[in-house]
Design a protein around this ligand. Structure first.
Ligand code: PLP
Length: 384
């Protein structure tokens, strides 16, 4: 991906000046920093960033500038990336299944926080990870799962121990002398705090069953970004709900809290600028980006409906909104946005569709399928 040096006022100015033929992901560092500061000030514990959602170096750099001091990493590559960009930051290696080679690399890199969701993977950690590194005791957090609630996507189908197994793992971690903690990930784009309430209550039951007081509780990512127009997610009330539930459930045995948001930190700091390649016989809209590009997760998570349609002169189209089928550029029929998108009736070939809130799971999953996917980056001051 190329990096433009120019900083544009907003997407409209960029479009007017460049009329880009390929998709552009416009990044507003000020928006990212503002979001990070809101998390750091509002969340009642340590805020770490789930690197997988957008590992762009500019993202990591701006998060560090905003005061972020921890990262959730899932591979040796992400461990090295954060080690290089933020050498003083904490790195939590929260991918519960790792090869012995990956474990060895992470031990060499000085990782002192791990998650686990099975006996077999815990045995691998016991065999390879010392109880302390330097003067730091190593923390191991069993990850547990509950049936999906309040999230748009079920993460429990891949990772997470049942509460019963998590209690056994927690007891073993403590008995071996590691720091016993717990972690969960409620799903993604959870707009309802109920998801966290149930998990926090079960965390207490796991501690009781294990006879272990957890040092820390990581409440995962899953915090929502602003995907739907007019419905800005209420992070403050989610933070309050988490703090209140922990105090109520754990009383004076409350563990220190950690969270690991990905989407909620990075998504709203980017807008994807796609161009209309054609409007087929006045109906279906074909864009130069789609589900094999920067819009990969829309079929799973749902449409981004904060959209502006601009002419090549950067003027907003204002026709009446009508539902259109929208396709991406490849010849694969899967390359279609879910359902229909509300677009102005006067949308025309050569126009631009600006999808706001497109910074999460977009750059990393962009492919070159069919020769498309020439996504470039740009920097903007603001989005309007
Ligand atoms: C992906 C992931 C996250 C981030 O999820 P978001 O929904 O983007 O906040 C956090 N923790 C773990 C363990 C993950 O796998």
């Amino acid at each position: 991906m190329g990096q433009q040096k120019t900083v544009w006022d907003n997407p409209a100015e960029l479009i007017r000046q460049l009329q880009p033929e390929n998709p552009v992901l416009a990044f507003a560092p000020t928006v990212l920093q503002e979001k990070a500061r809101r998390f750091i000030a509002g969340f009642p514990g340590l805020v770490t960033y789930a690197v997988k959602s957008n590992p762009d170096e500019a993202v990591i750099q701006n998060l560090v500038t905003a005061g972020l001091t921890g990262f959730d990493v899932a591979s040796p590559h992400e461990i090295d990336l954060v080690g290089r960009m933020a050498p003083r930051a904490a790195r939590h290696y929260h991918n519960p299944v790792r090869s012995t080679a990956e474990i060895a690399q992470a031990v060499d890199a000085g990782i002192t926080s791990w998650s686990v969701d099975s006996q077999s993977e815990l045995d691998k950690l016991f065999a390879q990870v010392p109880v302390s590194i330097g003067d730091r005791r190593v923390e191991i957090s069993p990850r547990f799962k509950l049936p999906v609630m309040g999230a748009v996507y079920d993460f429990g189908s891949k990772f997470g121990a049942t509460p019963e197994l998590a209690a056994e793992l927690l007891a073993k971690v403590a008995a071996r002398g590691y720091v016993p903690s717990l972690t969960f990930h409620p799903g993604t784009q959870c707009v309802d705090p109920i998801a966290w309430e149930s998990y926090i209550s079960v965390a207490r039951e796991i501690c009781d069953a294990a006879g272990v007081r957890a040092r820390r509780l990581n409440v995962g990512g899953g915090f929502p970004s602003h995907r739907v127009s007019g419905v800005e997610p209420d992070l403050t009330s989610i933070f309050t709900e988490i703090a209140d539930t922990v105090n109520e459930v754990f009383a004076d045995e409350a563990p220190a809290l950690v969270c690991e948001p990905g989407r909620a930190l990075c998504a709203d700091a980017f807008s994807l600028i796609a161009r209309v390649k054609g409007v087929r016989d006045g109906g279906d809209v074909f864009l130069n980006d789609g589900v094999y590009g920067g819009l990969a997760e829309l079929p799973i998570v749902g449409n981004l409906d904060r959209i502006d349609v601009l002419t090549p002169q950067g003027i907003a189209r204002s026709g009446e909104l009508t539902g259109r089928v929208v396709f991406g550029p490849t010849c694969d029929s899967v390359d279609r946005l879910p359902g229909e998108l509300s677009l102005p009736s006067d949308i025309a070939e050569g126009d631009y569709v600006v999808f706001h809130g497109a910074g999460a799971y977009s750059t990393v999953t962009n492919t070159r399928f069919n020769g498309f996917g020439l996504l470039t980056n740009a920097t903007v001051m603001a989005f309007d």
